[in-house]
Design a protein around this ligand. Structure first.
Ligand code: DX5
Ligand code: ZN
Length: 218
């Protein structure tokens, strides 16, 4: 595996200035921009819709990693694909027909991702592993930035990395929630390829140094 992909989340940025937040992410040398779409139903919070992704897309050529925390992801993926998402990740807990939805996302030319909340066992993904480009293991219950990391979730990353190797698959593994300097190394050691980071990134004055540090943990 190469270096770890660092994906700052604009959820922790100033929402009155999101264009500037993406510019800060790009200037820091981070690899991806993580965009947290919340519908106020699957999670208590409402954030933004495809219009923001479309407008940010015009200002940036960075990889846009869209994380849909929505009760009806099937009704949203086409709009986010058209808006310029590069990957679209939905929650296993919100989808009934996950194979179909993953296939739809791939059919739109995007990386197809699936996410699980801390209470969902990784084994629930078993049948889907050959059909995904990205698996995101939530390390907090989604809904807010700045929550406390749940270390027990890393066992799922370890399990999924082992399954990937055993079955000769090549999806990417991502962790999201409460990732900061003091737990990122453990996440990388467990097998993650991607570190999503919201509050830790935006609270760090020297963002370029922070990204370098996170990227070089592998
Ligand atoms: C949580 C979101 C995360 C969050 C990460 O609901 O999906 O992407 O913004 O922020 P931190 O790193 O502050 O937990
Ligand atoms: Zn997220």
């Amino acid at each position: 595996m190469g270096k770890t992909i660092v994906a700052p989340s604009i959820l922790a940025a100033d929402f009155a200035n999101l264009g500037e937040a993406v510019a800060q992410i790009e200037a820091s040398g981070a690899d991806w921009v993580h965009l947290d779409v919340m519908d106020g139903q699957f999670v208590p919070t409402l954030t933004f819709g495809f219009k923001l992704v479309e407008d940010l897309r015009r200002r940036s050529s960075a990889f846009f990693d869209v994380h849909l925390m929505a009760r009806s992801p099937d009704s949203l993926v086409a709009a986010f694909a058209a808006a310029g998402a590069d990957s679209i990740t939905f929650h296993l807990e919100a989808a009934v027909h996950s194979h179909r939805l993953l296939g739809d996302i791939r059919g739109m030319g995007k990386k197809a991702g699936i996410s699980i909340v801390p209470s969902t066992p990784a084994a629930m993904l078993s049948e889907l592993l050959p059909c995904v480009d990205l698996i995101q293991v939530m390390t907090v219950d989604p809904g807010f930035s700045g929550q406390e990391f749940l270390p027990e979730c890393l066992e799922k990353v370890h399990f999924l990395a082992a399954e990937r190797q055993k079955r000769g698959l090549n999806f990417l593994l991502s962790v999201d929630g409460g990732i900061r300097a003091n737990n990122a190394a453990a996440a990388v050691a467990a097998g993650t390829d991607i570190l999503v980071t919201g509050s830790a990134f935006f609270n760090t004055p020297d963002k370029a140094a922070f990204v370098q540090q996170m990227r070089n943990l592998s």
